[in-house]
Design a binder for this molecule. Sequence first.
Ligand SMILES: C[S@@+](CC[C@H](N)C(=O)[O-])C[C@H]1O[C@@H](n2cnc3c(N)ncnc32)[C@H](O)[C@@H]1O
Length: 262
Amino acid sequence: MTDLGAELFDRVAADYDRSVPFFATFGARLVEWTAPDPGARVLDLGAGRGAVTAALVRAGCSAVAGDVSSAMLDGLREALPGVDARLLDAHRLDLPDASFDVVLSGFLVHILDAGTAFAEIGRVLRPGGVFAFSVPGPSADGGWWEAYGRVVAEFTRRIRDPEEPHEPVTWAERAERAGLRHVDQTTTEVSFPVDGPEAHWSWLMSHGNRWLHDALDPPDREAFRDRVLRGLREDHPTGGTTVIAGAEFHRVEKPGHPTRAL
Ligand SMILES: C[S@@+](CC[C@H](N)C(=O)[O-])C[C@H]1O[C@@H](n2cnc3c(N)ncnc32)[C@H](O)[C@@H]1O
């Protein structure tokens, strides 16, 4: 798993979720789907610029926003000045045991060592508490994201050997291995018009997808950009004029007393 840590997100923070409200929309839907009680103590892990935290605040929850990127947290503090925003690493949470009713995490766990992070999340949740998270999911994009993935794999081979193939592990299995119980999942999708393929490319480079571009040598960067732009023009169902993407939401529970404050 690629470790997309603080440095990358410090670099993209200024542009993150500015051109289309992509993460804000999924964040609001994740909170709505989880439906925490107004009084719940909630940790938003990998909070970024506050896509999930903002919806938690609107729902009247007491939110702690944690992230490894200080630039992302600066954006969050600017938008949500009253929120308790802290530098936190999901692999080593500097938080007491059983201190949250709910942990939420938008588009983070797929870029982590999920086993370590899930164990930490289980530790800070109270018994009966809930962990809900989003990861990239399917969408009606005519196979474009899959084609983009093949371009990414091809250019990744220019900087490192391909990863060894491994048995696919479901999110439910990952949760169970950390002593959590997987109880529900759903999928949801968004689409946003953009000014054309160039604007679509800029959107792609405004979040975690930027990692490969920055890791390539300059000539390969240009070639990568050209290939993605060609794919947007020729293979995207809208010719690259609409961002179409999906997410999976998962809900897991920490065994223990019946769920409350949810
Ligand atoms: C794709 S962004 C999602 C941000 C926000 N949840 C949203 O939905 O817009 C991933 C975020 O996770 C943060 N992150 C990456 N590695 C992390 C880690 N080990 N612990 C905590 N946060 C991390 C990044 O800095 C970034 O803000």
